[in-house]
Design a protein around this ligand. Structure first.
Ligand code: HEC
Length: 138
């Protein structure tokens, strides 16, 4: 059983190349809640990136980001300690974007949050990393 679930997990990672999934045709039979959630936060971050670059940064924490803690994984894979830890760090980093008195530049805070996506993916699901890197502000 364990083997099967790992196989599914890998398949879902491989399918996640955004150039092929860009059109958002959710297939409820194959896509986990977490995969769909990830595509949403991808889009949201892409908007935030544009906003930061054009001087119209986001002004409110998107509370649905908290679904990172309770979206079902592919094949009902249980949340590992690792996943929970990275989720907390990620949410903390996103919250810093709305800290109006932070001495750290918004661009740096934003890139830190994207680097947390990448850090979690490095240990949990490496497939989407090349597309996630496109969210970084150069
Ligand atoms: C806490 C760990 C973690 C963080 C942080 C995280 N991800 Fe993910 N991501 C995952 C896991 C696990 C999956 C696989 C979900 C599944 O198979 O059910 C995934 C899947 C994805 C996918 C593939 C979705 C699909 O179509 O199959 C994309 C794209 C993605 N993440 C982008 C991002 C972006 C962008 C960020 C940051 C804004 C991010 N992730 C932050 C763990 C994380």
């Amino acid at each position: 059983m364990k083997f099967i679930s790992i196989a599914f997990f890998l398949i879902s990672c491989q399918n996640s190349d955004l150039s092929t999934t860009k059109k958002f045709i959710p297939n409820m039979y194959e896509e986990s809640e977490m995969a769909l959630f990830m595509r949403c936060i991808y889009e949201e971050n892409s908007k935030m990136k544009k906003g930061i670059i054009t001087g119209t940064p986001p002004n409110r924490f998107p509370s649905y980001f908290l679904n990172i803690f309770n979206s079902k994984l592919t094949n009902d894979k249980p949340y590992s300690e690792n996943l929970i830890t990275y989720s907390k760090v990620y949410i903390d980093n996103v919250r810093t974007l709305f800290d109006t008195v932070s001495p750290i530049s918004l661009k740096t805070r934003y890139n830190n949050s994207i680097n947390t996506c990448i850090a979690c993916h490095t240990s949990e699901c490496a497939g989407p990393i090349p597309s996630i890197k496109k969210l970084l502000i150069k």
